[in-house]
Ligand binder design. Sequence first.
Ligand SMILES: [Zn+2]
Length: 512
Amino acid sequence: MRNLLNTKVIWTIFLLFLVLTSGCQGIPKNEKSIRIAVATFSHETCTFCPKPTTIEDWEYYGPPTRDIIETDRGYIGGFRAMCEEYGGVSPEGILSPRGARGGSSGSWITKEAFEKYAGGIVNDLEKLGPFDGVFLALHGAMAVTGIPKPEAELVRRVRNVVGDIPIVVTLDLHANEDHELSDAADAVFITKRYPHYDTYLQGERAARVLIQTIRGDYKPVMATRKPGVITPSVYQGTGVSPAMEIMERARRWECQHPGVYVSVAFGFAYADVPDVGATVMVVANDDQGLADRIADDMSDYIWRVREVFAGKKLPKTQEGVALAIAAAKVGQTPVVIADHSDRTGGSIHILEELILQGAKNFCIATLRDEKAIDEIRAKANIGEEISVDVGGWTDKYAGNPVRIDGRVEFLGEYGRRGTMIALLFGENNRVILTPQLTQVTTPDFFDRLGIDVKNLDIVVLKSRVHFRRGFHETGLAGAIFEVDAPGWGPADLTTLPYKNIPKDIYPIYKKD
Ligand SMILES: [Zn+2]
């Protein structure tokens, strides 16, 4: 009896050992853990903006640590979560640049910067390999001097060192891409929402397809189409037509065919590049015919709705500001003005017009002026009066500096955004100065500055659609006006001096 008990105990321990070492990993025992390289290199380049993007314009370039993977809450975060869900998969960080300063206010990326960061990814992959798969979290609207399609070039270089293993890519909805990228990568996934709520979800999808492909359970094939349409960002919000119907159509195809992923990038019109404009990318499991059929349908649909998509009209500065003041007078406060066309952050047209039309209780959030910040810091403390010129110099459309006689209400560091200053002037008006283009998307931005946004009559944001996250979808804004002030991000794309885009693209060259 005692011997039998001992045998039972030994067997239990042995079985427990087996479970702990293999069963709970989610993959059959004896199968080695899957190693996936994870890298990111992301930029949305406004090629019309004045200042080139250089090596220094990425905030972080640390060692190839796990922190890329463990701290991310977007594409890479979703990718990591799905790897954990599958088990037996180890995502490993590759040396990558992160945190592009000033968002998309930077112009052409220098070849030197691209070579450094793309080279860093490739070298690290070589050094740390071999891997079973590669995940690249890119943006898709990067523009590099002398390299026409940089994301495709990066993936080709990665392919050269990793060989025939699956490479999956995630992209932003503003990507400008074509078949060169899908020829080089095995599968591409693009955010469907603008504001981009689904970055995490697309990361999860990328991981699922990559892991299934490595295990031989999925054979990705892709179909890519260019409908030949470009649209300004301000029309691309997925809460309005026809952007909403385009994404609904993509989701419908996905529902009808499990295992199929239908992506549409609306594109980034402020990059003068050959692959500009909308892109359809479909991933299917070993069914090229189905991928082609869906891609054709999506592309044809985008072409059919092009006139509505590209042809809306927005009020210009004077009219837009008058509408906002009128809405504030009837109590639709806070009224939000989206100063959508300002791509460098220092445009003063709406500020000037608000002053001219006698608006009160308004706040400009924000105006980029690093020079004025330095001047104010040298001359005044919090609570002191100052007379200073602000804005109007960051690009040729930014206007002329505006003289503000006001009081320093806030002066201090604002996390990673740097030094910020709030000037109070006139009848409870404010201008918030920032060292870089700052796109305010949620009202908690104002908390640190001690400003109660709910009590403002008018708030001016340098944003196109992302502000809807915190001001529209929450019901905070009483009224919203997208105002087409002069700037490098106009709603009327026909005014831009394009040189490199296709000669048959709608609405620039092809009119109907
Ligand atoms: Zn975007």
